[in-house]
Design a protein around this ligand. Structure first.
Ligand SMILES: [Zn+2]
Length: 277
């Protein structure tokens, strides 16, 4: 795979002062998904709201990066706004697709990639697999960038969602980690609990994954977690396909755009992380 980091990272910020009591100095912030016009699997259209998980998570990452100034030495984002960290060439795309189709088949591959097929009734399974393969390359590249540089921690920011239905009553917070130390695990738990407290949402249980502590799960099947070599906390914020929640998430983005103020969900999700670090 032709991996290039030329367009991989965006703004860095640093500060000479550090008020953090933890040993975490350098954080790689990964806004999950891509957003913008780029095809990805977390896109919702409800009433007059068009919402991309990737767009929200990018703004969340930027707000978080600002809020961490002075608390840690350095933070860097895994991608630029609305762009994957890498776009793979056509022939590489074809090679990976055939590999998957020949080994496990399209349906199983889509299942492994956690592509919610019913979100895109107009797309063929081949089109979905094509997008999933690009997504896989992007995630592998993000893992590579994070691992090659000297970050202490990766925070991968996501929103939750129910892949089985377009609208859901479910709402809650959860997270995933790779193999991490006890200290990092305590930080992870603290962040998840803080988000739950600040948003007033429960910690959500995902039954098929191994439960290691109330509502917090370790999972190795996620591409980023499986391929990254630094401690990584994948945070899943509120359910974006809960209509009431979608309004709150979208409102928060609009407030920031209109008034320049970090309020509502964006403020809660950011403060929950900053106060835990
Ligand atoms: Zn996500």
């Amino acid at each position: 795979m032709n991996i290039s980091s030329s367009s991989s990272s965006s703004s860095s910020s640093s500060s000479s002062s550090s008020s953090s009591s933890s040993s975490i100095k350098k954080i790689f912030i990964d806004p999950g998904h891509v957003g913008n016009s780029f095809f990805d699997f977390r896109y919702f259209k409800m009433d007059d709201i068009e919402f991309h998980e990737g767009d929200f998570c990018f703004v969340w990452a930027e707000v978080l990066q600002k809020a961490l100034l002075g608390k840690i030495e350095l933070s860097e984002l895994s991608r630029n706004n609305g762009q994957p960290s890498i776009v793979i060439a056509n022939h590489e795309h074809q090679i990976r697709m055939s590999e998957l189709i020949n080994s496990i088949g399209t349906e199983a591959a889509l299942k492994n990639f956690r592509v919610p097929k019913n979100f895109f009734p107009l797309k063929t399974t081949d089109q979905l697999l094509e997008a999933a393969v690009q997504n896989e390359a992007d995630l592998l590249n993000r893992a590579r960038i994070a691992s090659e540089q000297t970050f202490d921690l990766c925070l991968s920011l996501h929103l939750n969602g129910d892949p089985t239905s377009l609208k859901t009553e479910k709402n809650g917070i959860c997270g995933f980690t790779n193999h991490i130390s006890k200290t990092h695990y305590l930080l992870f738990e603290k962040i998840i609990k803080n988000i739950s407290i600040m948003t007033g949402l429960p910690i959500f249980k995902i039954e098929q994954l191994d439960e290691v502590s109330t509502g917090v799960f370790v999972d190795e099947s996620l591409t980023l977690l499986k391929n990254i070599s630094i401690p990584t906390l994948l945070i899943e914020g509120p359910f974006q396909n809960n209509p009431a929640e979608l309004l709150l998430l979208n409102q928060s983005l609009n407030q920031l755009q209109a008034k320049g103020k970090v309020e509502g969900r964006l403020e809660q999700l950011t403060k929950a992380i900053v106060s835990a670090i």
